[in-house]
Ligand binder design. Structure first.
Ligand SMILES: Cc1ncc(COP(=O)(O)O)c(C=O)c1O
Length: 422
């Protein structure tokens, strides 16, 4: 069954408007299933965790199902899935816990391609513990990471390597598995920021062999939330910053305070949607029964998720190529990152550019007047913007495609960009 863009768009109530959502790396729209899951939770079983009464029991079943669903999305165990408010907060928590293991002079490797959420927590930890930060640079020509820097910088004193899976600014996909091999060879742990890869491809933490991996469901069609995968032994062994009555067992020991339960129900809905994308027979629509909950790993679901995400990635590669080709026809426009279509398996369709003589905010404003929503600035990829020398000029304009965008929308963007007014 080919990728049916009309069926896909029909799942997203927000897409009924005339707006063109190219702000996806900042947050995606949600399918109806997510809204239904959240509403169902709030109406049917809104309760706190661990009670003896039916709403609390039903609420816990939803939370369990959300962990199991994310486990199938990431290919791990449900008790290796930690929910939290967002990726940044989860990362600050884990980094503080890992800091306790650091000695003065230990080294942490970070990259200039990362979002600050996978840099600043490590800078803070280094400051607290007297550790040394080593920076991996990027190739300016195509915004890929300098893999030779990892080789040179990872050594006997390296304790943590923090690397992104895909750049939120320029779209580069990094060879995380290769970084993990280098880090593990010296006994260092690897923390992967998969926030911008999750909406665009299949994540397999077992294949990557990473120690931690964080993502944000609101970037992959779910509600505002964060999810962290941690290897079971590490989640068990590391100290969590928690209150005493809370469980000492993972994942609960890492899920501080009362969680956003309706948010977890919504994340379950987002995974169900991705599963639907990969279903052989989409006429079945989404499982109508909201009470049907899978609370363990389900290999069939994993298979459908992998299939759905592979279909989505194929579609996005074609759309991304159209976007890059269209942008390249515009005078004075510079794209930062990979532009060779033969290499589009090394990027997600997040494309940043500048136009000579134009402030990025002016371009974003004019696009907004045409109901085309894009980001401008550094989008917290501060190191990237500084390294590319665009920070002082207002950063870049970022067009971030999702699988629900269309060729017509891309063409509309190119037309408007071709008619910018002074
Ligand atoms: C690559 C990347 N990492 C981390 C974050 C931060 O995620 P959150 O808002 O969930 O803290 C973002 C948000 O834009 C991002 O794009």
């Amino acid at each position: 069954m080919p990728f049916d863009i009309h069926a896909v768009r029909a799942q997203f109530p927000a897409l009924a408007s005339d707006a063109v959502y190219f702000d996806n790396p900042g947050g995606t729209q949600v399918p109806r299933r997510v809204v239904e899951r959240m509403a169902d939770y709030l109406v049917r079983c809104n309760a706190n965790h661990g009670g003896a009464f039916p709403t609390s029991v039903q609420s816990d079943a939803i939370l369990e199902a959300a962990h199991a669903a994310m486990a199938d999305l990431l290919n791990c165990r449900p008790d290796e899935v930690v929910f939290g408010p967002n990726m940044t907060t989860l990362t600050l928590h884990v980094s503080r816990s890992l800091a306790r293991r650091l000695q003065p002079g230990d080294e942490i490797v970070v990259t200039r391609l990362d979002h600050d959420a996978n840099i600043a927590p490590w800078l803070l930890v280094a400051e607290d513990r007297g550790a040394v930060i080593r920076w991996v640079d990027l190739h300016e020509a195509d915004c890929t990471l300098r893999m030779e820097d990892f080789q040179a910088l990872i050594g006997p004193r390296t304790k943590i390597v923090a690397v992104g899976y895909a750049s939120n600014a320029v779209g580069t996909i990094n060879d995380v598995a290769a970084v993990v091999r280098l880090a593990h060879a010296v006994g260092a742990l690897v923390y992967v920021d998969a926030v911008q890869f999750a909406p665009h491809g299949v994540i397999d933490v077992q294949a990557l062999e990473c120690d931690f991996l964080a993502c944000s469901p609101y970037k992959f069609f779910g509600p505002h939330a964060g999810v962290l995968y941690g290897r079971r032994e590490l989640l068990e062994a590391l100290p969590a910053y928690k209150v005493r009555p809370a469980t000492d067992e993972p994942p609960g020991k890492w899920e501080t305070g009362t969680q956003n339960h309706e948010g977890q129900a919504g994340v379950l809905g987002a995974v169900e949607y991705l599963e639907w994308l990969g279903a052989e027979d989409q006429s079945q629509a989404l499982t109508p029964n909201l009470q049907a909950l899978v609370t363990r790993n389900d290999p069939e679901r994993r298979r459908r998720l992998v299939r759905g995400l592979a279909l989505l990635a194929d579609y996005e590669r074609t759309l991304g190529a159209r976007l890059v080709a269209g942008l390249q026809t515009l005078p004075g426009l510079t794209i930062y990152g990979i532009t060779d279509p033969a290499r589009f398996d090394q990027r997600v369709p997040t494309v940043s550019f500048t136009v000579a003589g134009w402030h990025p905010r002016r371009i974003a404003e004019q696009l907004a007047e045409h109901a085309i929503y894009v980001w401008d600035g550094n989008y917290y990829a501060l190191a990237v913007a500084e390294r590319l020398g665009v920070q002082a000029q207002g950063g870049m304009v970022r067009v971030g495609l999702a699988h629900y965008n269309t060729a017509e929308e891309v063409d509309r963007l190119i037309t408007v960009l071709g008619e910018l007014r002074r």
